[in-house]
Design a protein around this ligand. Structure first.
Ligand code: URA
Length: 230
């Protein structure tokens, strides 16, 4: 929300008070004097006028989890354990998943309460590659590579997938880099060749790779330098 609106929504300030307080340099956001009425105030921002704290600012939280197969990428599920069940953190209702994985997919899962950050990570327009290790039931042919680069038509969404990079690792193993996260995308891509994905593991999302120290089911907070990469 804009800073001037945030302030004038508070009962103690008229619009005129807000203008004057901003001009006089009495308003600080995250400790910095801010005179711009359009400055963005988020739930994470600390807002002060003189020595009064008007909003404390929630801490922004970012976690990396090694998702094991057999748990759901949802906040609640009546039947199965969810990825959030694996987190021993307060206020879990504030958290959301940046880029879901299927029930049996394992690997890197990022969880946060910062919607702007997770959108940057998952929007196809930002073109951040998501890298998957894939094992299939049938042999992966050389000719797959060109088709993945060309794109697959997904009738349900009426779109063609953006160019993807497939690297063959063995007769039934490959590494795949995609910049989107369509529903069951990897499985549907291999499905084009009637080749069933039997194991799927996400290794990285953009510049963030799964920490090899994390066993399946374990998680850790992201470091400041990792958060800033997105
Ligand atoms: N593509 C899939 O098909 N499944 C996932 O879990 C992730 C990408």
């Amino acid at each position: 929300m804009r800073l001037d609106r945030f302030l004038s929504n508070l009962p103690r300030f008229s619009r005129k008070d807000v203008r004057l307080a901003l001009l006089a340099g009495r308003v600080r956001v995250d400790g910095i004097v801010t005179k711009d009425p359009l400055h963005e105030v988020r739930i994470f921002s600390q807002v002060m006028v003189d020595d009064d704290v008007l909003q404390i600012g929630k801490p922004a939280r970012y976690f990396m989890l090694h998702k094991p197969p057999g748990c759901v990428s949802a906040t609640h599920d009546p039947q199965h354990p969810t990825v959030l069940d694996l987190l021993d953190e307060p206020e879990k209702d504030d958290l959301h998943i940046a880029g879901r994985l299927d029930f049996n997919t394992s690997g890197l899962m990022l969880i946060t309460n910062d919607g702007q950050w997770s959108r940057r990570l998952t929007q196809p327009t930002t073109k951040l590659p998501k890298v998957y290790y894939v094992e299939t039931e049938q042999v992966i042919g050389e000719h797959y590579v060109e088709k993945f680069a060309e794109g697959f038509y997904f009738a349900f969404e009426d779109l063609t997938t953006l160019p993807a990079r497939l690297i063959l690792l063995g007769s039934h193993r490959a590494r795949l880099s995609i910049v989107e996260g369509r529903y069951h995308q990897v499985k549907r891509m291999f499905g084009f060749f009637d080749n069933k994905v039997v194991a799927l593991h996400r290794e990285s999302m953009g510049p963030l790779s799964l920490d090899p120290e994390l066993a399946p089911g374990q998680y850790r907070a992201l470091r400041a330098d990792e958060i800033e990469l997105i």
